[in-house]
Design a protein around this ligand. Structure first.
Ligand code: FAD
Length: 391
């Protein structure tokens, strides 16, 4: 088999890249380890920046998003029984849209099918070869071992994929930060009791109120990093959500829990995101804690930049965009790392054995109430800075 771009991973990064390339007349083949139902059912992110929505529209895959997505003009911060509304649209002129990652992935896979972009599910044993010369990917597809020769490879296979590990030791610099807590997330068949997201600071730990549709709520609780989901029966989850999020006259709407799990919280960046003819994108190159809602949006921004650089390479033989891809993508990645770390450190119980950290958090929250500059800074970062050529 031969193609121009071999893409490993059918998550948001890999699928969006395949479609962006197809629009430019560039061939790609996507290789995915899991089956289609698994990939389309994976509940993860759900908050799309305007930039991400714009990419979906540019690809002509925005019809379901326009019908079912929930545009939000702001978020609320809640602490010590008080609520501060952050009017993002008023402060920045931009908004965000709530639309589950599983629906994004479903819409992208449907579009690949309609446009003849090959996505091979359930491939095993992916290995990359000759990254500096004539690259190829070998894999098992049930019919035997296959070889896909390509001009370039896009490693879009997430944090636990194989592409980053194919780069020789010493060629990448890795930056890590692991938080001592995780998020217990649930999906519940309950009509959201709020129209916008509520981020709550609480002595018992952080909680987040969000939603996926007018009948489905998505809620999170800060829990210790090594927590087992078995110790959290549904009743305990609802009790804790009410304690951390509830205020006089307002309660979290409860309903059957249809999905629950615990996600570790980490920050990670691999620089320079490329090696020879391999280009990393999305979670394969960087992870952010979900407090800033940036993971999916960064993945889409990476492949927007990468597809433009690949386009220039094939149309004009200009490889400067490819050479500068990692540097360009990392500018937004580090901005998002800083913002995600800021939101995480602002809102989570720090368990540092002292009250100093929590008093600083309250002083910072109070500053957001008093300072237009401070709250505008938060709003600008949250909605995402406009996409330009290199950011
Ligand atoms: C449990 C969880 C919850 C999250 N919650 C949020 C949230 O609430 N908000 C937020 O903004 N972000 C969240 N994120 C982050 C967000 O979902 C990711 O940033 C986003 O999925 C990145 O997209 P991606 O395409 O880079 O990687 P992925 O979505 O991870 O896609 C990678 C794909 O590659 C495939 N793959 C892996 N290895 C191989 C291999 N060897 N061969 C072939 N295919 C392979 C995988 O099966 C997968 O389909 C969450 C992530 C996780 C794991």
């Amino acid at each position: 088999m031969r193609t121009q771009i071999g893409i490993v991973g059918a998550g948001p990064a890999g699928l969006t890249l395949a479609l962006l390339l197809q629009r430019q007349g560039i061939e790609a083949v996507v290789l995915e380890r899991r089956d289609r139902a698994y990939v389309e059912g994976r509940v993860r992110a759900g908050l799309l920046e305007q930039n991400t929505v714009d990419v979906m529209h540019r690809l002509g895959v925005g019809a379901n998003l326009d019908r079912d997505g929930l545009p939000h003009d702001g978020i609320s911060l809640r602490w010590q029984g008080e609520t501060l509304h952050v009017p993002m649209r008023e402060l920045t002129g931009r908004q965000v849209t709530v639309y589950g990652q599983q629906y994004v992935v479903r819409d992208l896979i449907d579009a690949c099918g309609e446009r003849g972009v090959p996505v091979h599910f359930e491939v095993d044993g992916v290995e990359l070869h000759d990254l500096a010369g004539e690259p190829s990917i070998t894999f098992d597809d049930g019919a035997g071992r296959q070889t896909l020769s390509c001009d370039l490879i896009a490693g879009c296979d997430g944090f636990h994929g194989v592409c980053r590990g194919s780069i020789p030791a010493g060629a990448l610099r890795e930056h890590h930060f692991t938080y001592p807590f995780g998020w217990l997330g649930i999906l519940a068949e309950a009509a959201p009791a709020a129209e916008e997201l509520i981020y709550a600071w609480h002595e018992r730990g952080f909680a987040l109120y969000s939603m996926r549709s007018p009948s489905i709520s998505r809620l999170y609780l800060q829990v210790p990093a090594d927590e087992s989901i078995e110790t959290w029966p549904d009743q305990r989850i609802w009790g804790e959500l009410q304690a951390r999020l509830g205020v006089p006259g307002w309660r979290v709407e409860e309903g059957p829990i249809v999905d629950k799990g615990i996600t570790p919280m980490r920050s990670f960046v691999a620089e320079p995101m490329q090696h020879g003819k391999l280009f990393l994108a999305g979670d394969a190159a960087h992870i952010v804690p979900p407090t800033g809602a940036k993971g999916l949006n960064l993945a889409v921004n990476d492949v927007r930049l990468l597809s433009e650089a690949i386009g220039r390479y094939f149309s004009a033989g200009d490889s400067s965009g490819l050479a500068g891809y990692g540097e360009a993508a990392l500018r937004r990645v580090w901005r998002a790392q800083d913002f995600s770390n800021f939101m995480t450190q602002l809102l989570h119980r720090l368990d540092d054995g002292d009250t100093f950290g929590s008093r600083l958090q309250l002083a910072r929250l109070e500053q957001l109430r008093r300072s237009t500059a401070a709250i505008t800074n938060l709003a600008e970062n949250y909605v995402g800075f406009p996409a330009t050529d290199d950011f």
